[in-house]
Each structure stands twice: as C-alpha cells, then as structure tokens.
Design a protein around this ligand. Sequence first.
Ligand SMILES: Nc1nc2c(ncn2[C@@H]2O[C@H](COP(=O)(O)OP(=O)(O)O)[C@@H](O)[C@H]2O)c(=O)[nH]1
Ligand SMILES: [Mg+2]
Length: 400
Amino acid sequence: MSSNIGPEAKAAYQKYLDASTLEEKINRLEEFISLIPKHKATENIVALNKSRLAKLKREQEDQKTRKKVTAKLISPFSIKKEGIQVILISDYYTPGVGKTSLLNLLTGAAEEKIGKFTPIPEIGIYEYNKIRFQIVDMPSIMKGASTGMGNGKEILSQLRSCDLLCFCIDLSRNYENQMNILLNELDYANIRINFSPPPISIEKTGSNKVQVFYLTSEAKDTEKFEELTERIKELVNASGMRNAIVKIYGEITLTDIVDALNPSVVYKKAIIIGTKGDLPQTEKNFEKLKKSYSNMFPIIIGTSVKKAEMPENFGEIILKFLGKIKIYTMHKGVIAQKPLVIDSESNVPLIKDVALKIHKSFYDQFDYAVVIRESDRQKRKKVGLDYEVKDNDIIELFTK
Ligand SMILES: Nc1nc2c(ncn2[C@@H]2O[C@H](COP(=O)(O)OP(=O)(O)O)[C@@H](O)[C@H]2O)c(=O)[nH]1
Ligand SMILES: [Mg+2]
C-alpha cells in the first residue's frame, strides 16, 4: 500500500481486506475511498479502488436480481416510451418546484395533480410542428435516492433510457442545494450528464491477457503512456476481466477507464429549467444559476407557469440540443404533413440516413433523391445517398 494515503485510510483498507460479506466489503471499500486524500499522487489508488467497488456492486445487483425473479411485477414506475422522451426531475421539497405545473402547461395533462404529492410518474404528450415529445413528470429525487430513499432506485433507473433530462430548479429557493442533490444522486447512479463517452473501447477476448492499443496521435501523445498502460491493465483486472483488448482513441483519464469498465454507466443530455420566475428575487437567482452552471449546461431556461412563460419554440430547442433535424418526405409532389426526425449527433445526416429511417428497402433499391431546399439558390436538386440533408428539407426518394 502506498505511503501517500495516511494511517486512517490504511486502517480502513485493512478492515476492507478483513471483511467477510459482500455488503461489508462494499461499505468498507467506500469508507476507504472516502478517506484517501484526493490529489495527483493518489489518483491511481482512487481509480483502482473505484473499479473494484463497481465490480462488487455489480455482484451485489446480480444477487438481488436473482432473488427477485420469483416475484417479478411490472413496476408502477416503468414507462412505455413514445416519441422523444423528456423527463422532468427535481429535488424533494414542499411546496414542489412546479414539475406537474410545467407538464400541465406543455401538455394539458394532470391538472388535478398540481400542488399534490405525485408518487408515480405522470405523462403527457407535447407536440411541436407535429413532432411528439413524451413529457414525464417524475416523482422528486430525495437525498440518498441512489441508495433507495423514496423509491429512488426505481426512479433513477427510469432515467437511463430517456432522450433528455430537465433539471427543474425552483428559482425562489437556494438553487445550489437543488443542483447538488440532483447531480450527486445521478452520479452515484452512474448517470453522467452532458458528458461525451470517453474515447475508449474495451472488448473481451479469448487470449489470456490484457492488451492496450493507442489508435490516434492524440492518444499516443499521452505523457508516460507506458505507465498509463500498466495502470489500465490493473484497472481492467480489478474490474474482474482477465482478457481484453483496450483501444484508446484520444486523451483519457483513469476515471474514464473506470467508467468505460463499468457497464452500468450511461451518458445523458440535460438542460435546466428554472421555475416560478414570477416570484420576487427569482430574476437575480436565475442570473446566478446561469453563471454557475452554463459550462456544464449549454441550455438553461427561465419559466413561469403562473405567467404562462415558456419558450414557444421549446421543441425546436430540444431537437437542436439533441442533434436531431426534421425533414419532410414527398411522394408524387405531395408533401407529408408530419416531419421525420433524423439523428445527426455523431455524423452529418445524409440521404442514406433518411432512406434507412423510412425503410431498408428504400436504401437497398435506391436510385436517386430530389431535395427541395427553400433557402438555396437552386431550390431543387437531384442527389445521391451521400448528400447532406438539412433541417426542413423536403425530400422525395426514387427507387429502381
Ligand atoms: N408563483 C408560482 N407558483 C408556481 C409556479 N409553478 C408552480 N407553482 C406552485 O408551486 C406548487 C407546486 O407545484 P407542482 O406543479 O405541484 O410542483 P411539483 O411538486 O414539482 O409537481 C403549487 O402550489 C403551484 O401552484 C409558478 O410558475 N409560479
Ligand atoms: Mg408533482
């Protein structure tokens, strides 16, 4: 054990080694990690033990699910996804931050639940330019939710598959407390916010060793990468893998490796909605909130349900933030009423994506496409599969 960690942490580590049950091991390892002074020299120890901890927690979850299979019920928290799913979350407080009020303003749903405790999710559909957004008003998240407080585990697990999270923050209360509770509980639940997945891929292999490859010049630039390779091998072993190929595509930290090794980590996009903007002092609070969190949250909106203040183009804001565009298909000169939503997050959206989205046969038998773009000088173009499409394009596909 390294000399950088102090006697108290050392004692805690010994206790962890002496633990006999899985639960004891988890608790003592958490205790140990919390006692390690956090600085550059202890980075490796922290990462290594976080990876061990993640492995132990997975074992614990496996045991629990095995116990549960006999009594499998559909949870009242489970939501059938429809359209683009947007989940409203907040901390737990009375009176509430105004989630149900927002849901009602956007969708007309759940008016009778405003001002009341809402123990299970309420759902409504918000339509913007004929695109459907499923707005989910989640029960509040308590401090300790990630360990099960107030149905926290059920609530947090529902967030893992949404398209967008809205942190609803009551501007008439201390915003920092609210933000901290939400950010902490999500982090403990392995939900990472507005953070790109690290440039790492880890595959299990048959060979009995861990191999690390640096595949871009950025990755190769890493200082002392031989040492990094050793650390990565340690982390892979600590996570329970004996054989793996680790590919690194860019600059990374040891924490990134710990996350990449943990199959329960998900990456979610989130915005902040400040509520009750009509109450005294809220304007000042809103400005401070923006200043403190705009690095992490590119979109922070101020609202008031009392004054019916909500951006008219809320749907547009969401689509843009999620990297989605809408196009209109055309058939024999007739333009569809309803747009088609195309993803463009990682790459530029192409005619190919449109064809595949409609049906694979349009891709397989593709001949050419006609694109009508009002903003271009040449409004009408005949194009191929690799042509880049833009928001509001009108597109007709022709097959052979
Ligand atoms: N002044 C003001 N009060 C609001 C606003 N939105 C909600 N409220 C009030 O805040 C309380 C809690 O609202 P609710 O929507 O039930 O919050 P939830 O618990 O987060 O779902 C209710 O009394 C609402 O009338 C708002 O924009 N301005
Ligand atoms: Mg409510």
